[in-house]
Design a protein around this ligand. Structure first.
Ligand SMILES: [Zn+2]
Length: 876
């Protein structure tokens, strides 16, 4: 499906429209009677919009990405579709003060996860539908004014097979059999509260559903009862742990009611786990949708359960931050995403069994922000988003993880009570309406008694990351003077930004048993380029001085020489899991910055990872190690280091406690690493055959596919073997796992077919496209180099022809990221960097969102080549 040129709504167009009109309600009818016909591409969608116009006589337009408009009737007059329909816009002229427009057209079923996605379950042939709209895909389903600050009440009516489950944001009003079409019924839902288009939703299909409810007595003595529901595909019902999901949901509802002092405003709270989902989850009020990878058919680690719990809490926080109070435009996306991200971890710590959730936040979430914030495309948390394509690219590590990290710093800076006081006031002041940064700063200044304008300008309206470096002078075995240096350049403006940091310095020493424990800490305000810490003068020098202990602020931290020595020789002796995670994070940042040899990072992982008690951290370390092996190590060292590391992973797999999360994590790491080396292929093949066993390790379908993919990539699995495996796992996940293994095979014909299917073809769904890219890229230069030039030749047309979601995955996924630096050459002179620069120079007018992806991939490559060229001396 080609992209229509006027899909890209600009901020100024949106502003003009919200100044002109005010929508009372939508009455939307989706006729899904075609859904069971495998040949049907679309369905009839009717939208009746009742709205006011502040300037009678003026005109506006309605958004609808359609496959044909059948009729447009404005205020009782039929308009000629040929005259008023222009691409994805329907123009309405000469509006009255009070208007009603009825638009009937054909909308398309989606295979890209945008709009109304249609999925056929390979397990049983049943059909499932759900919607996903953010930022602007409701217009793929029904005609509307697609922007967050035109809120309205929505009434949805859906015609679908009578034996299906159909749900939407609001409760069902009535469901009646269609006399005209036996076997089909119409579900009519109650009108919603006033909400934005991007959070409306419809779910339809033979879903498995479980129900429950949650009750609470409110401050005014009334009782609030919220019906709960949980959905998944019928073929996943057996694996669906709805009771656990409800337990977290109820804990979250209790927690947020206490915290926000504003009753849940959207009636019911349902959660649907849906196939081929493009993201983790979406906060549609009354009916949140999640990726069904959160329904664990195979053994999952506690870190995976924690991640799901975090997502449940994140989406729930959005009911207030985002759904009740919504950003005016996508510039202020952070007003919902940063808050929800922060609240996700906070709610886990305060209301669930995951009391260590700030460890995952420090180690995984912040790593995402650190990477993104050092790209040339980074931006302030409060962004400048001129149009929808830019909005789509901004669901990134800055908006989510950096924003949340900065809120954590804000809590340290103003205190938790002031922060929550501000949030409560914000909900009371702005319920059911839209806000900008100023609205939040106003309540924050009131609650904290501080002028927050300066803080905001330094933290929210600048880009880039501060690096904090301790500078120590000694007097024998004592500290004579400790200073903290801040190096912070905004890469967008090239100006120095001296941010105020409220942070803690932790002092660690070995106890009698050899454990490295915190003996003291100092909390201080750091401002400017250098800050003295006089409290520390005269104290005995600690074994480790940890800057940003407790992870209060957002910054890259470095070690002084003695502390680095301690960390590299005794990281596993640190007893506090958060402190350990911060040290791991600092080591990885040093590696990425070319300050620590990749081989030293790998050595640290080999020695200390087996003792890591936090499984989420272990997973991150092993992923980082793989990046170091594949991209940061000089090519000459790679084979030796890789074989050494794989051997060590196999050893740790054998030693890990039987049935532990650690054991499973080592097994996954062995599979991932073995895509690039045949060293353990025979062992893995024996594990798959069952002639070799690891006590306590169950080879369920997820792990089996990982192992098949590994040995397929090195030429140790035949098509016949992979097909036999698929025959015993004919599920959606099995089909994707099989496709990855098939396309991983080191055969030029296989790569050519995968490339053709993904880049030229249009048959692959979002999930199968990802599976194809995953397999295709598991190969070396001889197989992938032939695609470097075709990549640059095709990305512009890919962008023009495919949906933005699909095009983004292709442009990002096929970029030739794994390259080697010839010794003695400059990273910038590398052929792929040069070719990328040529493409960028020749396509200065390409869509900004496309250029952004190419610029980011180039930067990832350049960083890797720079690290390869650093020739650091190994410390160990
Ligand atoms: Zn969110």
């Amino acid at each position: 499906m080609g992209r229509v040129k006027n899909e890209n709504l600009s901020r100024s167009e949106a502003r003009g429209r919200s100044e002109l009109i005010e929508v009372e309600n939508y009455d939307v009818a989706l006729d899904l009677r075609s859904v069971l016909d495998p040949e049907a591409t679309g369905y009839i969608s009717r939208s009746v919009i009742t709205f006011k116009c502040n300037e009678p006589g003026a005109g506006t337009f309605v958004d609808f990405i359609h496959d044909g408009i059948h009729s447009v009737m404005l205020n009782g007059i039929q308009l000629d579709p040929d005259a008023v329909v222009d691409g994805s816009r329907i123009h309405l002229a000469d509006l009255a003060a009070e208007n009603q427009v009825t638009i009937v057209g054909t909308a398309l079923y989606s295979r890209s996860g945008e709009g109304l996605h249609r999925f056929v379950d390979p397990a049983d042939g049943r059909i499932y539908l759900y919607t996903q709209y953010e930022p602007a895909d409701a217009r793929r389903v029904f005609a509307n004014f697609e922007q967050p600050d035109i809120k309205a009440s929505f009434t949805f009516n859906v015609a679908a097979p009578s034996d299906w489950q159909v749900s939407s944001n609001s409760p069902l009003a009535v469901c009646e059999e269609m006399a005209s079409t036996p076997g089909f019924s119409i579900w009519r839902f109650a009108p919603t509260e006033r909400i934005s288009t991007y959070i409306t939703t419809v779910l339809a299909g033979p879903y498995h559903v479980v129900e429950d409810s949650w009750k609470r007595t409110l401050a005014d003595g009334t009782e609030l009862e919220v019906p709960l529901g949980a959905y998944c595909r019928s073929s996943l019902a057996e694996a669906f742990d709805a009771a656990e999901i409800f337990a977290i949901t109820k804990a979250g509802l209790d927690f947020f009611h206490e915290l926000f002092e504003y009753p849940y405003p959207f009636g019911k709270y349902e959660q649907a786990f849906v196939p081929e989902y493009n993201l983790g989850a979406m906060e549609n009020p009354g009916l949140v949708t999640f990726t069904e990878t959160y329904v664990f058919k195979s053994r999952a680690t506690d870190a995976q359960y924690q991640a799901r719990g975090n997502t449940i809490m994140h989406e729930m926080a959005h009911m207030w931050f985002g759904n009740l109070v919504t950003m005016q435009w996508w510039d202020d996306l952070w007003l919902k995403e940063s808050f929800a991200d922060y609240m996700g971890s906070l709610a886990l710590v305060e209301a669930t069994r995951w009391k260590d959730a700030w460890v995952a936040f420090a180690n995984r979430r912040k790593a995402w922000a650190y990477v993104q914030d050092q790209l040339p495309t980074t931006h302030p948390i409060v962004a400048d988003i001129r149009d929808l394509e830019a909005a789509k690219q901004n669901f990134d590590g800055i908006t989510y993880a950096k924003g949340a990290s900065v809120l954590k710093q804000l809590v340290a800076y103003v205190g938790f009570d002031a922060f929550i006081g501000a949030a409560r006031q914000y909900f009371r002041d702005n319920a059911y309406s839209n806000t900008t940064l100023d609205d939040f700063l106003t309540v924050l200044s009131d609650a904290s008694g501080r002028d927050m304008a300066r803080w905001s300008s330094l933290w929210l309206q600048t880009a880039g990351i501060s690096t904090l470096v301790p500078e120590i002078e000694y007097d024998g075995g004592r500290l004579a003077r400790v200073r903290l240096l801040q190096d912070a350049m905004d890469p967008v403006t090239a100006r120095t930004v001296d941010r105020p940091h409220r942070l803690r310095l932790g002092l660690y020493d070995f106890d009698a048993g050899g454990a490295l424990v915190r003996t003291d800490s100092v909390e201080l305000d750091l401002a400017g380029a250098a800050t003295d810490v006089p409290e520390l003068a005269g104290r005995p020098a600690p074994a480790l001085l940890l800057v940003n202990d407790n992870d209060l602020t957002y910054a890259k931290v470095r070690f002084d020489a003695a502390s680095l020595q301690t960390v590299l020789s005794a990281l596993d002796k640190i007893t506090d899991p958060l402190a350990r995670a911060l040290c791991w994070s600092a080591l990885w940042n040093m590696t990425r910055d070319g300050l620590l040899a990749p081989a030293d990072y790998l050595g640290a992982v080999e020695r200390f990872a087996p003792a890591e008690s936090d499984n989420g951290v272990l997973q991150v370390l092993l992923d980082c190690a793989r990046t170091a092996l594949d991209r940061y190590l000089p090519a000459a060292e790679r084979t030796v280091q890789r074989e050494r590391f794989v051997d060590s992973v196999r050893l740790h797999l054998g030693k890990a406690a039987a049935g532990s999360d650690q054991q499973l994590t080592w097994a996954r790491s062995l599979a991932a690493l073995s895509r690039s080396t045949p060293r353990c292929a025979g062992y893995i093949a024996d594990l798959l055959k069952g002639t070799e066993r690891v006590a306590g390790l169950t080879l369920d379908t997820d792990l089996r596919w990982r192992f098949w993919q590994a040995i397929a990539a090195t030429g140790h699995a035949s098509q016949e073997q992979l097909d036999t495996e698929l025959a015993s796992d004919l599920t959606a996940a099995g089909r994707a796992g099989h496709l990855t293994a098939m396309t991983a095979r080191p055969d030029p014909a296989v790569k050519a077919q995968a490339w053709a299917d993904a880049v030229a073809g249009s048959e692959l769904s979002n999930q199968l496209l990802d599976a194809t890219i995953d397999g295709f890229t598991a190969a070396g230069h001889e197989l992938l180099d032939p695609y470097i030039e075709p990549y640059f030749q095709s990305i512009e047309s890919v962008w023009a022809q495919k949906s933005i979601e699909i095009a983004s995955r292709i442009v990002r996924g096929f970029y030739p990221l794994a390259q080697d630096l010839e010794p003695g050459t400059e990273p910038r002179q590398h052929a792929v960097v040069v070719r990328t620069d040529e493409w960028l120079a020749g396509h200065s007018d390409a869509p900004a969102a496309l250029r952004r992806i190419v610029i980011e991939q180039r930067d990832h490559l350049l960083r890797a080549l720079t690290v390869q060229g650093r020739q650091l001396v190994q410390a160990f």
